[in-house]
Each structure stands twice: as structure tokens, then as C-alpha cells.
Design a protein. Structure first.
Length: 246
């Protein structure tokens, strides 16, 4: 019995040491992975990396990590226009099946899903916020974007001018718009339009409706869904064979 107790004590001690070593190893690996990701993706700040699952060391021995969470506070995505970017905030991605090379120089996730936010101020950069002639002596511009409730965006449009040189008009109208993802673009489309100086609907839509390309996200993930929220549009991203490094 005494020998058995000694054996159990040794097993407990060794188990505790293994847990400590495993946690130290995963903490070190998370730091190294964060630095590598910052470098490979050209990030302005170091991302958060959380390697999930236990034990970590056996996953490493198998050459693949089950689940890795990555958090990027701010990322400037391409817009398809030279020199212009749009800021993506609070990008959180859950990477599954992350395999890596023997020297850890490259890593690829078999799949990834995540969420992020584009503020209304950022989205305003692509809206027609400068006065634009929409016919009959009337000009219009988008003066604000906000949460319209039920997943809709409220688009505020300032209309001014003198209709046909005789009737002055100066007012702001608001329309509820559907926001969706089409071909990796965030599209804003008014559900219905108020009458504006008797102008045809297609004239008014040149102001109210717009789209924003969001491209070259980290690892090649793509836009999946989008919905209006209180502080901006919430986007959902997904991807397969997502390259984290190398």
C-alpha cells in the first residue's frame, strides 16, 4: 500500500508538471504566432492569438491545432480603388484544423469563420456625401448613416435647389435600406423612396444606393453576411484553406 501511495503521488506530481509545461508552451506559441501573423499580414499592431484545446503538446506532435482564435483590433482592407482603404474593427476569427510546417514557417487553417464591424463613419466614405445633380435643378447628398432597426440602415439625404428654376426645395429625407453582401461587396439598397421633386426613382437611387468593396482580408477570408447594428454594420466572414503565415 505504501508503494502504491508513492506511485500515485509521483503520477500526480508528473501530471501537474505536464500541465504546467503544456501551458507554458502554449503561451509561448501564442506569442510567436501573434508576431508571425502581424508580420505576414502587415498589421499595425500585434493581434490576439488564443490556441484552444488541451493538451497543446500532443497537438503540436501531430502537426495540427484543433482550434485557434485570432483577434485583430483594426485592419485596413482594400476597396478596389488605388490607395483607398476601409477600416475593419474588432475582427475575430475562429480557425479550425490549423496545420503547420515542420519549421513553423507556414500555417494554414482548413476553415475559418468570424465577425467584424465597419463603422457608419467608415461606410460614409463610399456614400455620395458631396452635392450631386440629380436633375431639374436639384442636388442631393448623403448626410448620415445610422441604425434603422431590424437589420436596416437609415440613410439621410439632403435635397436642395430650385426645381425647374421656379420651386425652391431644401429638406432632408430618410430612407430605410437593406444591406447585403454581393460578390464581396457591401451593398446598400433603399427599400422604398419618397417623392423628391417629382424626379424619377432611378435618379434618386443614384444617391441613396451605393456599394463598398471590402477585399484582401487577412488570410484570404471573404465576406459572407452583413447586417446593420447600433455602431455600424456587422459583417460575417468565412473561408477555407486560410493562410495564416508563409
Amino acid at each position: 500500500m505504501r508503494a502504491l501511495r508513492i506511485l500515485l503521488i509521483i503520477v500526480v506530481i508528473l501530471g501537474g508538471l505536464f500541465v504546467i509545461v503544456d501551458r507554458v508552451a502554449v503561451h509561448f506559441a501564442e506569442g510567436q504566432a501573434a508576431d508571425k501573423l502581424k508580420s505576414s499580414q502587415g498589421l499595425a499592431s500585434t493581434p490576439d492569438v488564443n490556441i484552444k484545446g488541451f493538451p497543446f503538446l500532443t497537438q503540436v506532435a501531430g502537426g495540427s491545432l484543433d482550434d485557434v482564435e485570432v483577434g485583430i483590433k483594426s485592419y485596413d482592407a482594400a476597396t478596389g480603388e488605388a490607395g483607398k482603404t476601409i477600416r475593419i474593427e474588432d475582427l475575430k476569427a475562429d480557425m479550425k484544423g490549423v496545420s503547420f510546417s515542420g519549421d513553423y514557417s507556414s500555417a494554414t487553417a482548413s476553415s475559418a469563420t468570424g465577425t467584424a464591424t465597419v463603422s457608419y463613419d467608415e461606410l460614409m466614405k463610399t456614400a455620395k456625401s458631396q452635392p450631386t445633380d440629380i436633375g431639374l435643378g436639384v442636388q442631393a447628398k448623403v448626410v448620415g448613416l445610422s441604425d434603422g432597426g431590424n437589420g436596416k440602415i437609415k440613410v439621410a439625404v439632403k435635397v436642395s435647389g430650385t426645381v425647374a428654376g421656379a420651386v425652391p426645395v431644401d429638406r432632408t429625407v430618410s430612407v430605410l435600406s437593406t444591406v447585403s453582401v454581393v460578390n464581396n461587396k457591401v451593398e446598400v439598397h433603399a427599400d422604398s423612396l419618397p417623392s423628391v421633386a417629382g424626379l424619377a426613382e432611378d435618379r434618386v437611387r443614384t444617391i441613396t444606393d451605393f456599394q463598398q468593396v471590402i477585399d484582401q482580408l487577412p488570410g484570404g477570408i471573404k465576406l459572407d453576411k452583413v447586417e446593420a447594428a447600433e455602431d455600424g454594420v456587422k459583417i460575417t466572414v468565412k473561408g477555407s484553406d486560410v493562410k495564416l503565415a508563409g
